[in-house]
Design a protein around this ligand. Structure first.
Ligand code: ZN
Ligand code: ZN
Length: 452
């Protein structure tokens, strides 16, 4: 068996990997690039032989893993797709939202190939999606006699790592993983032995976490910021991604409120976040997670005001606004809301996730008090007078925990993916030192790697 990396650059990008054994081919993930636009946002689908793919397997519903699935499926009209049920249901909502985003980008940026697919196509391709249970072996179609087993990745609801077995050989693809419990997601539940080839994400390879870090202390620090802001009669803006971080933050605020660490305050979420949160609630009983049966929209004691579609969110004092996107990208609710919010010194902004260095969010994060920041290229820069703080509440494994996992697993080969060059180099050096018998590979974009 061999693997071809279909990403176009060495970065997180649009995740997609082609596996080939004899005449049989399988595709792992079908992502879309979070920053690139047009054809550049797609994986290298030209390298996929369209008449002959036995199955597509999807790890989770984030854009960089599922975002181009309908475009791939158009080329593979009869190929079955495998994923967990939650990934399918949340993924469909994300893809429908992506149609809307691409349609407005078509006009605004003049990208004639957008949208890559339509709402009708999303509904159409969904009929080929097969929902699999965690830790249940599925025989994949094709002569190669390959089976797949999905394991909870603890990253977002429904996320999975995928074990593929061919005879006595096996490959495990982590997808995005978190080895520590988050508020809603439980820690990953991955296989700990019997893996020959490990394909591993490296997102946090260049981030060192302080030795005294604890998620609980980080959560309480967020509580403190909220209290201070409440006392100053300001409001708190938490830029979040609609899927994953919104629900984590909601539950975290509920915990803080239950433990009397923050006062009762209206909490606003909106748009896509509301839809995705509703899906989390629909699967509250049926998924592996903390707080089983807990409904975020119904059971949270704080007032959750769901923003009606298209209606602008009104600023009020002593409120919490958990708005997407997490990077405050242009034309998103958090970006628009920040235009007037940031000038008020009574307000606070809490960053709880990754911000790309080129994003408006990163500029706000780095801004000194009183500095002007350009949030939108069509609008005037905004003076940042609000208090700005950052919190490490990542849904990705720390580099140390990933390293420990790889060392425990002791595979014959490790392929490093889903990370920047510097992040991959850290893992390469550490793994070579810890596992001298293991071959460490950083697959070149579009390059082939022999597996067994
Ligand atoms: Zn992810
Ligand atoms: Zn990812």
């Amino acid at each position: 068996m061999r693997l071809r990396n279909l990403t176009r650059r060495r970065e997180i990008g649009a995740n997609c990997y082609l596996l080939e054994s004899g005449n049989c081919r399988y595709v792992l993930d079908a992502g879309m690039h979070p920053k690139q636009v047009g054809m550049d946002a797609l994986p290298n689908y030209a390298a996929v032989p369209y008449d002959n793919v036995e199955a597509v397997l999807i790890t989770h519903a984030h854009h960089d893993h599922i975002g181009s699935l309908p475009a791939l499926q158009r080329k593979l009209p009869n190929t079955p797709v495998y994923m967990t049920e939650i990934t399918g249901e949340i993924g469909a909502a994300m893809l429908h939202n992506s149609v809307n985003v691409m349609s407005s980008q078509r006009l605004e940026l003049n990208i004639s190939e957008y949208p890559f697919f339509t709402h009708a196509e999303v509904d159409e391709v969904k009929r080929l999606w097969n929902y699999v249970n965690l830790r249940r072996k599925v025989e994949l179609p094709g002569d190669a006699d390959i089976d797949a087993t999905f394991f909870d990745a603890g990253h977002i609801l429904g996320s999975a790592g995928i074990l593929l077995r061919e005879g006595d050989k096996s490959l495990f693809y982590t997808g995005d993983v978190c080895f520590e419990p988050q508020t809603l997601s439980m820690a990953a539940d991955f296989p700990t032995e019997g893996v020959d080839v490990l394909v591993m994400e490296t997102t946090r390879g260049d981030q060192q976490r302080p030795a005294d870090y604890s998620r609980k202390a980080e959560k309480e620090r967020l509580g403190k910021l909220i209290c201070d802001t409440f006392d100053a009669t300001g409001s708190v803006l938490i830029p979040v991604f609609a899927l994953g971080k919104t629900q984590e933050v909601m539950l975290m605020l509920h915990e803080l409120h239950t433990h009397d660490l923050i006062p009762e305050m209206p909490l606003f979420i909106g748009g896509l976040s509301t839809k995705v949160t509703l899906l989390h609630d629909q699967y509250a009983e049926k998924s592996r997670r903390n707080y089983p049966g807990f409904s975020l929209l119904r059971d949270i004691n704080m007032l959750v005001a769901q923003r009606r579609k298209k209606r602008e969110i009104q600023y009020n004092t002593r409120c919490i606004y958990a708005l997407s996107s997490g990077m405050m990208s242009e034309n998103t609710v958090s970006n628009q809301f920040a235009q007037t919010f940031l000038e008020n010194p009574r307000n606070s902004v809490a960053f709880v996730g990754y911000t790309d260095p080129d994003s408006p969010g990163a500029r706000v994060r780095k801004a000194k008090p009183g500095e002007k920041v350009q949030l939108d290229k069509h609008r005037l820069p905004v003076e940042v007078n609000s208090r700005i703080e950052s919190f490490d509440l990542s849904a990705h494994a720390t580099r140390e925990s990933l390293l420990n996992y790889a060392i425990t697993l002791r595979p014959k080969k490790i392929l490093l993916v889903h990370g920047d060059e510097s992040a991959q180099l850290w893992f390469e050096a550490k793994l070579k030192e810890a596992l001298p018998q293991t071959e460490i590979v950083r697959p070149d974009p579009e390059g082939w790697v022999e597996l067994w």
